[in-house]
Unconditional design. Structure first.
Length: 177
């Protein structure tokens, strides 16, 4: 039987849609990329796996806001239909367009675009280090460990129902229910 509870590699069985629960936990992260300010709201399934995302940028009706809402809707729809997060990271990491540049995130100091930043942030938060290494999405510390000849240390959490893949952030975040 196919495990439909993970967005980290397993696919939802054909025809099965795993929608985000009506009441769910979410993690909100504020960020800046090249001076543009926004939010990523990552909603979680009960097992801690990624259910959907919302990107909020700029003012309502702006091109940037429309683009980020469209991308977040497309990613969320794909996740509900079993598209692994790795597919989005592989497709959208290194996508280059403005705004781009320095971020306020020490784990991702530079981004080639808002979408590049978002998929890298999601990868760091929801994918195991092995998958991220294969995708080339590592923190500066993990890159330094790899350059020194040691493999990046896997995160303390594991992907089990008792210990979901999503680990709490080390920085203040807003959790809403």
């Amino acid at each position: 039987m196919v495990d439909a509870t993970s967005t980290m590699g397993s696919r939802t069985p054909s025809g099965v849609v795993r929608r985000a629960p009506r009441h769910r936990q979410s993690v909100t992260r504020a960020f800046t990329v090249g001076g543009a300010y926004g939010f990523i709201i990552a909603s979680l399934h009960a097992d801690g796996s990624l259910a959907d995302i919302n990107l909020i940028m700029a003012k309502q009706g702006s091109t940037l806001r429309g683009m980020t809402e469209t991308v977040s809707s497309a990613i969320s729809t794909g996740l509900a239909h079993g598209v692994p997060l790795t597919t989005y990271v592989r497709q959208f990491a290194d996508l280059r367009f403005e705004p781009a540049g320095m971020t306020d995130d020490p784990e991702i100091p530079r981004a080639l675009s808002i979408i590049d930043y978002v998929v890298r942030r999601l990868a760091l938060d929801f994918l195991p280090v092995e998958d991220r290494t294969a995708l080339g999405v590592l923190t500066p510390l993990e890159r330094a460990e790899l350059a020194a000849g040691s493999a990046p240390a896997p995160p303390a959490s594991s992907n089990t129902p008792e210990s979901p893949r999503f680990a709490p952030f080390d920085i203040p975040v807003q959790v809403s229910y």
